[in-house]
Design a protein around this ligand. Sequence first.
Ligand code: PMP
Length: 440
Amino acid sequence: HTSWNLEETAARRDRYYSASQRKFVPFRDPMVFRRGEMQYLWDEKGRRYTDLLGMNVCISVGHSHPDVVKAAMDQAQELTHCTTMFYHPVPAHFAEELTATMPKGPNGDIEWVVHFTNSGSEAIDLAMAMARGYTGNLDLLALRTAYHGPTSAAQSVTGIAGWRHPGMPGNVAFVAEPNQYRGIFGRNAGAAPYLDEIERVIQTSTTGRVAGILVESVQGYGGIIEMPPGYMSGAAERIRAAGGLYIADEVQSGFGRTGEHMWGFESDGVIPDIVVMAKGISNGFPLGAVVARREIAEPMAEKFMFHTYGSNPTSCAAGRAVLQVLKRDRLQENAKQVGGALLKRLQELAQKYPAIGDVRGRGLMLAIEMVSDRGRMTPDADTTGVVFEACREAGLILSKSGPHRSCLRMVPPLCLSLADVDQVAEGLDRAFDKARKGQG
Ligand code: PMP
């Protein structure tokens, strides 16, 4: 028997969850989610919400998408799990299909290989180990407002203080994020000063020879920070000059989310050495992957490296269905069109509400940054919280992100429609209006 009662669920969580897991409740008055269908969720009372968070970016093609569920269920019924050491065609096919989405390079000769993991942070760990092993260098660079996951290694390259616990490994130097709204070099400073800063940090804070740099092609938890034109390719150039590799974290920005491309790094023409993916890869079934150039992944074979659920055929069957649905339903194009329409509506809201300091993003990866003083760009976590709760009352689920928790982040399933955009914009309008009146 499963109790769907809200109070009982709350009581069980309070009693049986560890503090860190219990604490992670975004809403003042939480709900129990009972059902999902495409871009919508229903709570235990039957109330419908539009999921602008895609269950934290995991739901790429839609909640309980029938094709993905069928693929996974068919596989689970036949053979739920088969570890990597035994042969199974489903993960092997999926590896082939994933590598087919990668750039081939100017001579068409780049060979990509896949290592499946259980999660995104494990994929980050592995990418870090690969880069260190391949280059023989220890020092890694990461961005100050980066988020790469909860494992010790992934925390060590996560720059946002609130996600860093004591006892992480070292050998990581942070560079300023090229934030075009409030970055250290000022508004719309472009890529150049931030690329100089990479060179400077390599000289001042590393041995001079580095293992690599990790870059989210669009930062997620950092508050949807886009990399300005020339940044990703310039960073790759500078890091390679110091002996390192360019590692693209596509955990949030991948699988067509940015609208223009399958992978966020493609917008800058950079070809990474290692690409990390998870979340949207399998529409909610647990899975992560490192996709690397063959020669970089090869040295890892000298020692064992084995992720128990890494090539789980149920998750991989879901992943194969995701790729098919993305293509068949032209969801990348939809992300571009619907995301563009939503961005326009957010820009209109920014005209109306001075509490909106910035509106940014691309495709279906968007954010509103809230400020208490537009001129000074003072981050306003309190108003963000008020709008966030009012959004929930308007039937919208989104997230509070950014180092100051002053950004409203939107990363919905890629099937969001133009009709949803109207409803979302109206809901946001009401939420901002409520926050303004509350303050007045
Ligand atoms: N990288 C990025 C950009 C992420 O957003 C996340 C998860 N929020 C991770 C890595 C870690 O993935 P996981 O939670 O699956 O370990």
